[in-house]
Ligand binder design. Structure first.
Ligand SMILES: *Cc1c(COP(=O)(O)O)cnc(C)c1O
Length: 496
């Protein structure tokens, strides 16, 4: 029997996993959720003897039931190969009394690689299974990180093209360099003379343009998106939570059945939702600690039951978590409403019309697995400094938000469970702010000089992703005005 997916806003429609991956979002605006949550029946002894790839198969096959064993293993092996700089894929490090699950060993040195390395393969396999013959065109607007991870994932994947729009003057110089040096005949990167919202709006207009869709179809193209609400991004993220527990067990750091906590630096709520699904699989997880920066909508939600986006947007030192609408929270809302799609639709309508909603007392009771916390930029900096001073280990600004939140939580709650902090980016990706926290002297201005200094202080090698952009030639020079985005897409695809 296949596990079917249904929309959080309409229980009536059911689709196979591969169809949910192809569609991305349900046509009613809801997100696809599994009809029931599966259980993992393998023992920890069995799981801890597996490689990352073997374990990925055991977890993913429970969710993506309409993929054959051969198809799924093929996707996994193409994704988690030597693009990662360690065969462990997601190594677990111990610093002091705390564990860090390093999810930044892929090609763009941030955790989005964990899902975006496999999504292109899941997507092209889904197209084949559903007899979609069109070439898939991924259109993405990015504020920095997602764009590069999607480019790296889709580059030279047969049957796909990827076009990324980014705000020309709105990303960091490392982020821009990473994108405009991207190789691959099927990749295009365009800087727009506007901000991220302009890029996002332009992309949405193209997605909703029926006339354009018809011309695309005639030319043999189909638009798709790589954003984080696709279950093809969510499911691969469940794997590393199971892997982290299995690694602790293998190292004899936990005894059979011992419960642990996960601390997750959160933005769009995708990563921590995957941890929740791992708990539902039966992995001994107690608390899921949701760490936010100054944009602490989620902290307020977990403390009051009220979600309210009506507030000022704050630019922080952890930019990938600067977000006021955490899209994936809709899935948790649906689960805590006991799969009530009408209730979920009602709350999401309130969110889009008033920017806020309140959950019921009954729903609140189902939130016991979660603890919210937040840290401002100063505390984040202190956390980087403290971890470095105590253990010599260097963490990035996003991971540091989680480290800071965890320290307050452990002190205030007295919770003695072991904790794993999810490390979402390499410190080399945010070297300036990291250096400001651990280095007393003057921080050099040039990115590469910063990387060299960081390497010296941390005793780690400069990742090849950073080496590469230092020498790589610029391959993408297109710049466009906000109103001309569609024209650029039509030119790239040669459609008239
Ligand atoms: C995207 C991102 C996050 C937030 O993850 P969500 O799944 O959106 O909650 C945290 N840290 C880094 C470095 C990221 O790139």
């Amino acid at each position: 029997m296949d596990l079917m997916y249904q929309s959080t806003r309409d229980n009536g429609k059911k689709v196979f996993a591969s169809q949910a991956i192809l569609q991305g979002l349900s046509s009613d605006g809801g997100l696809f959720v599994p009809e029931t949550l599966p259980h993992l029946t393998l023992s920890m002894n069995e799981l801890s003897a597996m490689s990352y790839q073997e374990l990925a198969y055991e977890v993913m096959k429970l969710f993506l039931t309409d993929y054959t064993e051969e198809e799924l293993k093929d996707c996994i092996n193409k994704a988690y190969d030597d693009k990662f700089d360690t065969t462990e894929i997601a190594p677990l490090k111990k610093a002091g009394q705390t564990y860090y699950l390093e999810l930044f060993h892929g090609s763009t040195i941030a955790f989005k690689d964990m899902a975006l390395s496999i999504l292109p393969h899941l997507l092209t396999t889904a197209a084949r299974k559903n007899n979609v013959k069109d070439e898939i065109v991924i259109l993405t607007a990015t504020s920095g990180d997602t764009g590069k991870a999607a480019l790296a994932g889709f580059a030279d994947v047969e049957g796909t093209k990827i076009i990324v729009f980014y705000p020309k003057n709105g990303v960091s110089s490392v982020q821009e360099k990473q994108m405009i040096t991207q190789k691959g005949d099927n990749t295009d990167v365009i800087g727009i003379l506007g901000n991220f919202d302009d890029a996002q709006t332009g992309v949405k207009l193209m997605f909703n343009n029926k006339e354009l869709a018809d011309r695309m179809k005639n030319a043999g193209y189909l638009f798709s998106s790589a954003n984080s609400i696709n279950i093809g991004r969510l499911v691969p993220q469940i794997v590393y939570y199971v892997y982290a527990y299995a690694s602790l067990y293998k190292k004899k750091e936990v005894s059979a059945g011992e419960k642990i906590n996960f601390v997750v630096p959160t933005g769009n709520f995708g990563n921590i939702l995957a941890a929740y699904y791992a708990k539902c699989l039966g992995i001994p997880i107690d608390k899921l600690i949701c760490a936010s920066n100054e944009n602490k909508v989620l902290y307020d939600f977990f403390s009051t039951g009220r979600y309210d986006r009506n507030r000022e947007f704050v630019l922080t030192s952890s930019p990938s978590m600067d977000i006021l609408v955490s899209s994936n929270l809709e899935r948790l809302i649906y689960h805590i409403a006991e799969n009530d799609s009408e209730k979920t639709a009602e709350l999401m309508k309130a969110l889009s019309s008033q920017g806020s909603y309140d959950i019921t007392e009954k729903m609140k009771e189902h939130l016991n697995d979660f603890v919210g916390g937040w840290a401002d930029t100063e505390k984040t900096k202190k956390a980087i400094e403290k971890v470095y001073k105590e253990s010599g280990y260097v963490i990035d600004t996003h991971t540091a938000v989680a480290a800071s939140v965890y320290e307050s939580y452990a002190t205030n709650s007295g919770d003695k469970n072991k904790a794993v902090i999810i490390s979402t980016a390499s410190p080399y990706k945010f070297s300036e702010n990291v250096l400001k926290a651990i280095y007393q002297g003057e921080v050099p201005e040039d990115d590469y000089d910063q990387a060299e200094l960081l390497s010296k202080l941390s005793g780690t090698n400069i990742p090849s992703a950073v080496e590469e952009i230092h020498f790589a030639p610029v391959l993408h020079k297109k710049v466009c005005e906000v109103g001309k985005m569609q024209k650029f897409v039509e030119d790239i695809l040669k459609i008239i």
